[in-house]
Design a protein. Structure first.
Length: 607
């Protein structure tokens, strides 16, 4: 049933009325021609796909509430309270109960084409080497993924991990398919092809054998298990799950010590270099299976998971400026003519999180670039995530080291990321641009705001707040950068909002300056083009002079050190104070504890 909705009208300068409307509805303006519906989202977790759908549907003008899939009785209660016209399940690990699908349209978002069935659709697609895949929106019935198909969208597969495919192609296709399904209202639903139900891949298809297995097969198995559960392997005689694998270049293997296939011979950044049959591979992340009783299965940098063994290995450094085929987490390249050069700094940290060592590497890279500054410096983050702030897994692991402290590790990590952000804020010889190729969350959003300009594509989702992690106050100089963008009156609203923001919504608020493309595939070329145009502007000298004058004026009014000191005083209470909320929330996050209840800012039916 269509409902009247109030349009949010106004300029793109983040006026108070528009900010209030975004807070209330999640939209700058309802999508033209959309029949507004009352929708309940249910999901096992509020993951990236669910966040994107939640934000997009609200931006379309729909009335959307969310409930974690905790138990049938909880979902039934949510339906009774919200009285939705349709229930959408974008990320489930259980069946929707018959008590709901028998009387309410319940749409399941399945990460596979029509006819594909089972809980590991994308795993199988990567394992099988599929060239084309898709997303299906189907109506729940008594069988897994076998109900009527309301909409589907296909996409071309690329050589990437399951996690990366899910974040980009699957998420984008899911948004399109859900919109198509709602627009048609089931009128064009068709019976699903017979297909076949496939369970989880068996253990033998998850196991890597570095001594005998071709490198291509190792990468395929690891990519199919990336995120969860990880490929099964052995390192230094211990059973492990491995993640974040990158093929080693011929040049790196020529420089590395000799070794038999299966032998770990060097390290770089967080990764270990292992020789394989016919090549070598960098292993970035490891989950040890031989952990002591009571210690959670944390996913750690490989050099930290095997700290003693890694310390005995030689470091095989790579220059910051190098060929793209030589893997490392940071890479710098220059674009354009010397008189109007653009520097492009990628920092592709796993899942966008930076531990203290990675923060130091980013800081040092910025200092090295400052020695020969380009006209424009682009902070490009990673392909899947721009940045997500401090590294909660690494912090949690400190609790299980003799003499270690999660509070101390938190304190060191926040200081280290502040050091990196300070380098961006004081980069006075260049105009700086944060180019968001992927999502940004918490402190990662404020790493971006340290730049002079923030660019994104329409598929980016931002979470510019800290409160969901145990009411953290946050640092990264946000108390300096955020008011400058949203005004003093907008700060509390942004930090208390706690809902994901689409790039267009962030632009309306002033958090993002430009939305350059619809999705990631076109964004990088657009960002490079616009960065080159910025560096070539005839008034560039005046722009840079104005930046320097503004920084000097701001410093005279209140030094950056004062902002940092105030933020860290609050953070110290989060880390060391009497309220354990942050430590509890962090532990639950990294150990994937099942949700016991849905926060009220998501469950509107419970407010």
């Amino acid at each position: 049933m269509a409902r009247a909705i109030v349009e949010c009208r106004g300029s793109q300068t983040a006026g108070a009325n528009e900010r209030e409307c975004i807070e209330a509805q999640g939209t700058g303006r309802p999508a033209e021609g959309v029949v507004v519906m009352r929708i309940l989202l249910i999901a096992h977790g509020f993951n990236g796909l669910t966040q994107r759908l939640h934000a997009e549907l609200r931006a379309d003008g729909h009335e959307v509430s969310f409930e974690y899939d905790i138990a049938d009785s909880v979902t039934e209660e949510a339906v009774a309270l919200w009285r939705p016209e349709v229930l959408i399940a974008p990320f489930m690990k259980r069946r929707i109960p018959e008590s709901l699908w028998s009387r309410l349209p319940c749409l399941v978002v399945h990460p596979g084409p029509p006819g594909d069935r089972g809980p590991a659709a994308l795993d199988w697609a990567v394992l099988d080497g599929a060239r084309e895949w898709g997303v299906t929106v189907l109506q729940a019935n008594g069988d897994y993924d076998a109900g009527p198909v309301w909409a589907a969208e296909g996409f071309a597969m690329r050589a990437a991990t399951k996690s990366s495919l899910y974040r980009r192609e699957v998420t984008r296709s899911a948004v399109h398919a859900v919109r198509a399904a709602l627009a048609q209202g089931g009128a064009r639903a068709v019976a699903a092809p017979a297909g076949r139900l496939r369970g989880m891949p068996p253990p033998e298809l998850r196991r890597v054998d570095a001594a005998r297995m071709p490198l291509a097969d190792q990468l395929r198995i690891a990519r199919a298990a990336d995120g969860h559960p990880g490929a099964v392997d052995r390192l230094f005689g211990a059973d492990v799950r491995i993640f974040d694998l990158h093929p080693a270049s011929a040049a790196a293997l020529a420089r590395a010590p000799a070794g038999a296939p299966g032998e770990v011979v060097a390290r770089r950044g967080p990764a270990l270099l292992r020789r394989t049959a016919g090549g070598g591979v960098w292993i970035g992340r490891v989950r040890r299976l031989d952990r002591p009783a009571g210690e959670p299965p944390l996913k750690l940098a490989a050099v930290d998971a095997f700290a003693a063994e890694a310390a005995a290995l030689p470091v095989l450094d790579a220059p910051l400026q190098r060929d793209a085929g030589e893997w490392d987490e940071l890479r710098y390249e220059t674009l354009g003519p010397a008189h109007a050069a653009v520097g492009w700094l990628s920092f592709d940290f796993h899942n966008g999180a930076l531990d203290s060592a990675q923060c130091a590497r980013l800081r040092d890279a910025l200092r090295a670039i400052r020695a020969r500054p380009p006209r424009v410096l682009v902070l490009a983050g990673g392909e899947d995530f721009f940045c997500n702030g401090i590294h909660l897994h690494a912090i949690e692991s400190a609790s299980y080291v003799e003499g270690g402290s999660a509070a101390d590790a938190s304190w060191a990590n926040i200081q280290a990321i502040d050091d990196a952000v300070l380098e961006v804020l004081t980069f006075g010889d260049s105009l700086t641009v944060a180019a968001l190729r992927g999502n940004a969350g918490a402190g990662g959003c404020f790493v971006a705001l340290a730049a002079d300009r923030v660019w994104a594509h329409a598929g980016v989702v931002l979470n510019p707040h800290y409160k969901n992690m145990g009411n953290l106050y946050g640092s990264e100089y946000w108390t300096y950068t955020l008011p400058a963008r949203v005004g003093a009156g907008g700060v509390a609203q942004v930090m208390r909002h706690r809902l994901p923001l689409l790039a267009a919504q962030a632009r309306a608020l002033g958090i993002v300056d430009e939305v350059l493309a619809d999705e990631a595939e076109a964004f990088e070329a657009a960002a490079r083009r616009d960065a080159l145009a910025l560096a070539a502007r005839p008034d560039f000298a005046a722009l840079l002079a104005a930046k320097r004058e503004r920084r000097a004026r701001d410093e005279a009014a209140r030094p950056l050190a004062a902002y940092r000191a105030d933020e860290l005083a609050r953070m110290q209470r989060n880390f060391y104070g009497f309220d354990p909320s942050y430590h509890v929330a962090r532990h639950h996050f990294v150990t994937r504890k099942l949700q016991a209840w849905t926060p009220r800012h998501l469950a509107l039916h419970r407010t």
